[in-house]
Ligand binder design. Structure first.
Ligand code: GLV
Ligand code: MN
Ligand code: MN
Length: 425
């Protein structure tokens, strides 16, 4: 009977509806790049972000889902259970994108959650536990760094005001933008931030893989076993500006030359013959940023990831000293602004994903996540897991990011089955 119920729910997933919703979301912040790929630039807490949230509400509210927003702007849509007091099953992801982002990262997890819940409801299921769909605020960290602010605050990992004075590249503070955002959504019911005395029964996040394994190995569903650890740093170098034609090299305090020394030294620190470690310098700001002046200031980011806690701590802790030793002429400041330890997901959730994939006749692959996700911060508060679908050549954080409608439909069907199982438990 349970098997038949789950099959009915999965069969009620509508691939065309899910795809059309994704494409409607992709139009909000959509652009076409030089190669003709359809990218999306929808930063958190912007009017575009609010437009996307209103669009989501325009689909969810007529279905009977109850919206609410917390103090970080995390948006929830509640499907009521037959036992409204039971701990809810939480599922979702994020709606913000990288500045040069694709159409699927994050938003698919939210649209898939809606698709799965809509399928359950249209198949006539009344689940014992409530199911709450969540769209977390600022997962990407592309506008305000770091990412995962909404989920970190929800999980009590950081206080709600931790990023009030964090600035975006235009000097606008997170706190000010959040206040404006909450004011614009004052018509939506407010809910207390966090678990408010009742942790979710489980959290499940659906996401595109953002890596090449599923496609390369011809598998349909990633059964995500955990997430590697990440640490983010900002390095600031303070030198002195000078005339490029007259200042002798021996007298310069050139911040760009010291940056080159620092990045090369970090590259040596991060050298990993096993190719497991991930090390990225992805943002460099140079001042005054003109070709005929010596740079007086450089600010660059370090994104460092590893599945082993020991390596993450040892190499991450060595970053500051490595930069100090490498730099010759400039003052140095190294600030850590994100620290997420590796996590392992719960067998209750990974097992449910594995069973659901098999029941759909899909091939699964147990795999860790190299990308971080809001799910990382749910691990301490409730049984947590994720499911992945393949994306073309593993490309993500790029307008070329692509998954086929049928691959996404597989994911939504598995999600519907797992939600049904968890909401009955
Ligand atoms: C998430 O966007 C990440 O950078 O892993
Ligand atoms: Mn994402
Ligand atoms: Mn992302």
């Amino acid at each position: 009977m349970a098997g038949t119920d789950a099959a009915k729910a999965a069969a009620a997933v509508d691939p065309a509806r899910q795809w059309d919703r994704l494409m409607a979301m992709a139009a909000l912040g959509g652009f076409t790049d030089a190669e003709g790929h359809q990218g999306v630039n929808r930063a958190c807490l912007t009017p575009l972000d609010r437009e996307a949230r209103r669009l989501l509400l325009s689909w969810a509210v007529p279905l009977g889902l109850q919206p609410s927003v917390d103090a970080l702007g995390n948006l929830f849509l509640r499907h009521e259970g037959t036992e409204p007091g039971a701990a809810p099953v939480l599922t979702g992801s994020h709606m913000d994108t990288q500045p040069n982002g694709g159409r699927f990262d994050g938003i698919w997890g939210v649209v898939a959650a809606l698709e799965a819940v809509q399928a359950l409801r249209s198949a006539g299921h009344r689940t014992r536990r409530p199911i709450e769909i969540v769209a977390w605020t600022n997962e990407e960290g592309g506008r305000f760094a770091p990412g995962c602010m909404g989920s970190m605050a929800y999980a009590g990992h950081r206080p709600a005001d931790a990023w009030d004075v964090t600035l975006d590249p235009d000097g606008i503070s997170f706190g000010d933008e959040l206040r404006e955002h909450l004011a614009a959504e004052a018509d939506l019911p407010r809910r207390p931030l966090g678990v408010a005395g009742q942790a979710p029964h489980a959290y499940l996040e659906a996401h595109i893989e953002q890596g090449p394994r599923l496609e390369a190995e011809g598998r349909d569903i990633g059964i995500v076993t955990g997430i590697q650890g990440s640490r983010w740093f900002v390095v600031e170098l303070a030198g002195e500006s000078a005339h490029a034609g007259t200042a002798p090299l021996s007298l310069r305090r050139d911040a760009v030359q010291d940056m080159v020394r620092a990045v090369a030294a970090l590259g040596r620190l991060m050298d990993d013959p096993t190719d497991v470690l991930r090390f990225t310098v992805g943002r460099i700001e140079v001042s005054p940023n003109t070709s005929n002046s010596v740079a007086d200031r450089v600010r660059f980011t370090v994104d460092f990831r590893h599945p082993s806690k020991q390596v993450l701590l040892a190499k991450g802790d060595a970053i500051e000293a490595t930069v100090h030793e490498a730099v010759r002429d400039c003052g140095v400041t190294v600030t850590e602004r994100f620290h997420a330890l590796p996590v392992e997901f719960d067998r209750m959730v990974t097992g449910a994903v594995e069973r659901a994939a098999a029941a759909e006749g899909l091939t699964g692959l147990r795999m860790p996540s190299g990308a971080f996700h809001d799910a990382q911060f749910m691990v301490p508060i409730c049984p947590t897991g994720m499911l992945f679908v393949p994306c073309r050549r593993g490309v993500s954080h790029n307008p070329a990011e692509h998954s086929e409608p049928e691959q996404l439909a597989h994911g939504a069907r598995v999600l519907a089955r797992v939600l049904l199982e968890l909401a009955a438990g």
